[in-house]
Write a protein that binds this ligand. Structure first.
Ligand SMILES: [Zn+2]
Length: 403
């Protein structure tokens, strides 16, 4: 086969995309762009542009009003070994930065999950929820730093009641539980997700009728070596602290099973299991959990990359559990470190396009390179009835708000 014939064959197989040069019997054929082509290309510099021609629907506003159940407008300011310490808070944006974007994107309510504890919680509620009670809701968090003190279980349950009186509309549990919190807070053995000391806390939420938004574990790839086989190599390479491979970390399945035992023990408590049950890569397993636990709900924050690369299975999943699926983005104002979460118009347009259209093969995050793995996504084109439930009806029911 001559060089031209060989080039065509390789092109048809997609093999030439990366280098543009053809090795011919040890000699390299000249390329169109000498000087650049044929140089080894670093993965980080590879920004392929799709040559597909197809519909590109821009969805500026959602078809129905939105409750974004998963945002971070504030955070506990101090941490030790990944565990939030103290009541002091930091804030990512004032209300005046949020409302105009909410108007443009048809976001009726933003739920600030990380509202902190004690005085910090009261302050966070005062910043967003008090001046705009129809637009912002706040969740509280556990007092992790006290979790090894005597009497913690009762203290924590009482704190949930106090937080609720102060205006908190739910409890948020970060992946601190299961992956960071240790017996001596930041040292000693890891505390298990289903540790009994938290039982009164889960129960208190159930009695008050406020939901628990729980994030435990992380993507499956975060529990594997950061090597050439890891589909999230670049992401982990950029954030090595997100890796839970080795050391004394439990595996992903152990954490999820411990979470399931919590769901089973507290059937009256409603759990919003964030990030598609934190196993969007394994929807058959998440479905099994949804079947076993009627008190399990899921939201989709920072996981449309996963849902959108398996659109047929995702659509079936959403159809089947349409009364227990919630819209969330995990948005963080100015969170430029994680482009899949940065609070911008573009972020919401991508979510709306994913849910409402049947567009194919588009970016799941506003970034030059897909930040959670090098693939693109396909729209689900959900019907109106399901869109309404996902955008706001299911969340409104759990939060007991009217839209
Ligand atoms: Zn989050």
């Amino acid at each position: 086969m001559g060089a031209i014939g060989r080039r065509r064959l390789l092109e048809s197989m997609g093999i030439l995309l990366a280098t543009g040069r053809i090795p011919v019997g040890g000699v390299t054929a000249p390329s169109a762009e000498e000087g650049n082509a044929g140089m080894p290309l670093q993965l980080k510099d590879f920004e392929p542009r799709s040559m597909l021609h197809g519909p590109e629907t821009v969805v500026l506003r959602s078809r129905y009003p939105v409750i974004d159940i998963h945002t971070h407008l504030s955070s506990v300011a101090k941490h030790a070994g990944g565990v939030g310490i103290g009541e002091e808070m930091e804030y990512f944006a004032p209300v005046s930065d949020l409302l105009p974007l909410m108007e443009r994107k048809n976001i009726r309510i933003m739920v600030n999950l990380t509202g902190g504890v004690g005085k910090g919680l009261v302050e966070a509620i005062g910043k967003y929820q008090t001046p705009h009670p129809n637009r912002f809701l706040t969740f509280t968090e556990p007092w992790w730093e006290r979790s090894n003190e005597r009497g913690y279980s009762q203290f924590q349950a009482d704190e949930i009641v106090r937080a609720h009186k102060a205006g908190a509309r739910g409890l948020k549990v970060l992946k601190t539980l299961g992956l960071y919190l240790r017996e001596k807070i930041s040292t000693g053995p890891l505390v298990k997700v289903d540790d009994k000391r938290f039982d009164p806390m889960w129960e208190a939420c159930g009695s008050l009728g406020i939901p628990v938004a729980i994030h435990v574990s992380d993507p499956e790839a975060f529990f594997l070596p950061i090597d050439r086989f890891n589909e999230r190599f670049e992401e982990l390479n950029n954030h090595p602290d997100w890796s839970f491979y080795g050391k004394d970390f439990p595996n992903n399945a152990e954490i999820l099973e411990a979470r399931n035992r919590v769901l089973a023990r507290h059937p009256k408590t409603q759990f919003i299991v964030l990030h598609v049950g934190n196993d969007a890569e394994n929807l058959p397993y998440v479905s099994e959990c949804m079947d076993r636990f009627p008190n399990m709900h899921v939201e989709m924050g920072a996981r449309i990359g996963e849902l959108g690369r398996q659109p047929r299975m995702s659509r079936k999943f959403i159809e089947k559990y349409q009364d227990r699926i919630l819209f969330g983005t995990d948005a963080v104002p100015h969170g430029t470190d994680t482009p899949q979460q940065v609070f911008t118009d573009q972020l919401y347009e991508i979510y709306y396009r994913f849910l409402e259209t049947e567009d194919e093969y588009f970016d799941y995050a506003p970034a030059k390179v897909p930040p959670q793995g090098r693939w693109r996504i396909y729209g689900l084109g959900l019907p109106d009835e399901i869109l309404k439930k996902v955008y706001y009806e299911n969340a409104a029911r759990l939060l007991q708000v009217k839209i």
